[in-house]
Design a protein around this ligand. Structure first.
Ligand code: THU
Length: 160
């Protein structure tokens, strides 16, 4: 059988195999699907960030009639966190999705722009962010850090 994911990751068949705090974060991200604002794409995305101090920040996609202004769920969650915490250590980022018109065959991958933003938060905390990707139907895919899906990235080292 062909490998479903062509990047380095760990696949959990269901969330009960995860630590309790991550299970809770998955539930929180899934709940964010209820407040996603996606009248144009109708593709619902939820995200949640857990910090090592225990604080949790939530996000969901926010679309706009002027399409390029749409913001992805994970960016909303990360910027929400960044707006509220001066220093931080992200313990986990969960991204989940639901397409009401078609069951998702695999987990939702962060878009290129979001990968770049996640990279910046890794730089800010000087360490990798464990990322958990899932959907209502699918397994949970854990990625150890953004470099697994954003190799050879552009970052602050080019500028500073
Ligand atoms: N979207 C996210 O919120 N996160 C992703 O990782 C992929 C895409 C949103 C943006 C837009 O509102 C909708 O999904 C369809 O692209």
């Amino acid at each position: 059988m062909a490998r479903k994911y062509d990047f380095e990751c760990e696949v959990f068949e269901n969330k009960s195999l995860l630590d309790k705090d991550i299970q809770n974060l998955v539930d929180i991200a899934n709940k964010q699907l209820d407040t996603a604002y996606a009248p144009y794409s109708k593709f619902l995305v939820g995200a949640a960030v857990l910090l090592s101090n225990g604080n949790i920040y939530k996000g969901c996609n926010q679309e706009n009639a002027s399409y390029p202004l749409c913001i992805c769920a994970e960016r909303v969650a990360l910027f929400n966190m960044g707006a509220n915490e001066k220093s931080f250590k992200i313990k986990a980022l969960v991204i989940t999705a639901s397409n009401p018109s078609k069951p998702l065959e695999e987990v939702c991958m962060p878009c290129g722009a979001c990968r770049q933003v996640i990279q910046e938060f890794e730089n800010r905390q000087n360490g990798p962010i464990p990322i958990y990707l899932t959907s209502e139907q699918n397994e949970i895919v854990k990625i150890d850090g953004i470099s697994k899906i954003l190799p050879a990235s552009f970052s602050m080292r080019h500028l500073l």
